[in-house]
Design a protein around this ligand. Sequence first.
Ligand SMILES: *Cc1c(COP(=O)(O)O)cnc(C)c1O
Length: 416
Amino acid sequence: MTPKAPKPTAGGRPDPLGFLADEIEELKRQNLYRPMRVLSSPQAAEVVVDGKKLISLSSNNYLGLATHPKLKEAALAATREFGVGSGAVRTIAGDMTIHEQLETELAAFKHTEAVLTFQSGFAANTGVIPVVAGENDLIVSDALNHASIIDGMRMSKAPRVVFPHKDTTVLRELLAEARANGRVDAGGQPYRLILVVTDGVFSMDGDIAPLPEIVAAAEEYGAAVMVDDAHASGVLGKNGRGTVDHFGLHGRVDIQVGTLSKALGVLGGYVAGSRALRDMLIQRARPFLFSTSHPPAVAASCLAAVHVLLEEPELIDRLWANTIYFKGKLRDLGFDTGASETPITPVMMGDSATAVRFSRRLFEEGVFAQAVVYPTVALDRARIRTIVTAEHSKEQLDRCLAAFGKVGRELGLISG
Ligand SMILES: *Cc1c(COP(=O)(O)O)cnc(C)c1O
């Protein structure tokens, strides 16, 4: 078949992008179209969405730091002192004392030699992977790793193999095979680097990577490990240091990626590891080299967030108390919460039409919880994704649970 000629628009000019509108219609027909909801309030336990006041179960603001007075004050003070923009990429003229101080304190916090910050966690992953892994190397990746890891691998010249989600038996087999056979494209020469990459906490299921087993397998075959702790930063480990601390694996994970955008409440990503890793990223990581650094207010409020993690550990205690309460009550109601072990609790719906309807009904009942559908998750694994925070009161969680019960019975997902 020959492609159709562009459709004429109202003005008579053929529209070369006319296919986009057709594709959007098709997404809507399949319940896979996601409109954006607009907040007109701060990001908090209660939000105003499209003009309606709701309890939110949709943010990654685990500890409520997005509106913490110490972070806001730090942002305001840095803005007064240094202005609103950094004016350049770090390597040209955009490296300020506040950027350096944030990295020094983050490295001490993570118990690593050095840290380099990026504009986002997404930029950190797409920055670090192509720098460490090239054509002489191999990347071994969990099947459910985050999109930014996948894009980072796509930008790398290294070949990659995927192991089934959390399956360390297959991971071990792949590592053994890679060490035994070497590079197929280069007459069996050994790989310079084999890099095992995993999310620390998986963002759609809320389960935790089997990091001790991954590290043991990697050590056995001389591979390096990279963990992306976006959803573990500020959530797992002492004072929220992440999965490496949670499992007591300090010194045995070569690359830790973290985010400053979720529990830390602001925006940014970072890579924690050796001094040589940081130095090389400064020379080569493209999102770092070709994109302007954080405004002073962002760096200053991230630094304040690290201080809050150290000074107010009760926030993390409250987050976990709320998590255990909410997850337990959802299960008591009869919902399938999948494999979740963290404050991310998916409520499984199966098909996307049910998930979209469920979310719409929750909205009417005063609860803001988004449906997650294909391609973010598999077609038959559509879900409502919930995240409780330290800020939710028991009364707010109970109101959410009542809404889940009511809508669940209405749509026949639970009985009673
Ligand atoms: C959210 C997320 C990121 C991206 O972090 P940002 O700071 O929001 O860009 C990266 N990796 C994982 C696993 C995530 O969940």
